[in-house]
Design a binder for this molecule. Structure first.
Ligand code: SER
Length: 337
């Protein structure tokens, strides 16, 4: 069987590095990467080709490739996007649209649907107040779709753009012989935590930052209140869900956008877990009103029963397994504690 040609944009990011490593472990893929930065050593040797630069300006380059699957991970995350809003819109929306157009063109011209995997986010939700957040509990995909952030607006809109290009583009679906359309699939990720990389520019970053700081014996000032609660997931589960969704036959998918969840924790519970593992940890809470407001607008947890029913999704790591079987063993190796 010939290798599948895969494009991973945002390959230098946390999800990108973990995804490229997993694709290489599984084999059967020719991986082309794209990022504004040069590839880090962790994945440099696992990639057939790297296109470095701004996706929006480099888009023509990608018309020369015969991609079977596109993992479009490049994005400006939520905290950064609130500071540089127009830039975020350009990266998050314009970049996505350019790639969707490419995938739509290739699917139609070569009569083969290009799979387009898009990581959306809990930022696509917007809870009007803390009371609403608390009473809503676990939210479903089509509830509270009123994001408060540029990043959340971008993600929600790109979900819709993906649906548009995969179903209704140019109203081609009304033709007597409709052309082949691209195959768009999106996941709404919670906050992700890797033992190997740290996020930057996001707002769920306090979770991994508390843990990495504690493991290194560094003091940490947390930018949200102790009682702040959202859902999180181990990076290996994020990659597992992305690849599971990639592999599901189209006919098994009743939806285009799926929540995935693993465990919901408060910032105070992160501190407690960090203290238990690293008793000297020095973690303080000094909330930043703007970043606090962003996390307060995200749901406490998400309902992922659609993914569980349609493609048998189930995380490998609940909260205890996350700490005991993944994060702590890996981080102790990494920082030698
Ligand atoms: N983790 C992302 C952020 O904090 C949300 O998807 O921006």
């Amino acid at each position: 069987m010939t290798d599948k040609t895969v494009l991973v944009t945002g390959a230098c990011g946390e999800i990108g590095q973990a995804l490229v490593q997993e694709l290489s472990k599984r084999g059967g893929h020719r991986v082309v990467t794209a990022d504004i930065a040069p590839l880090p050593d962790t994945i440099k040797d696992l990639v057939a080709e790297h296109v470095q630069g701004d996706l929006v300006y480099k888009i023509k380059t990608f018309y020369d490739y015969d991609f079977d699957i596109i993992f479009h991970l490049a994005a400006s995350l939520s905290s950064k996007a609130e500071v540089a809003t127009e830039e975020a819109h350009r990266i998050n929306v314009e970049g996505t649209m350019q790639l969707l157009m490419l995938a739509a063109y290739r699917s139609e011209k070569y009569k083969k649907p290009v799979k387009f995997l898009f990581p959306s986010s809990i930022a696509a939700y917007g809870m009007a107040s803390l009371e609403v957040k608390e009473s809503a509990g676990c939210v479903k995909e089509d509830e509270y779709n009123t994001p408060h952030t540029m990043y959340g607006c971008n993600k929600l809109y790109c979900e819709k753009l993906g649906m548009y290009y995969s179903r209704y583009y140019g109203q081609r679906h009304l033709d007597p012989n409709p052309p082949v359309m691209l195959d768009f699939r999106a996941l709404r990720f919670p906050g992700l935590i890797s033992a190997f990389t740290l996020p930057s520019g996001g707002t769920s970053d306090y979770g991994p930052e508390i843990l990495h700081a504690a493991a290194q014996g560094k003091p940490y000032s947390c930018f949200v209140r102790e009682d702040t609660k959202i859902s999180f997931m181990a990076m290996p589960d994020a990659i597992k869900s992305l690849l599971m969704l990639t592999d599901v036959p189209r006919e098994n998918l009743s939806h285009v956008v799926y929540n995935v969840a693993a465990f919901a924790l408060t910032a105070g519970q992160f501190r407690d877990r960090a203290l238990k593992a690293f008793p000297g940890a020095d973690i303080r809470f000094e909330p930043n009103p703007r970043r606090q407001g962003i996390v307060d607008s995200w749901p406490e947890d998400v309902n992922d029963s659609l993914a569980r029913n349609d493609w048998s999704w189930k995380p490998d790591y609940n909260v205890d397994a996350f700490f005991d079987q993944y994060f702590l063993p890996e981080i102790r190796k990494r920082y030698g504690k």
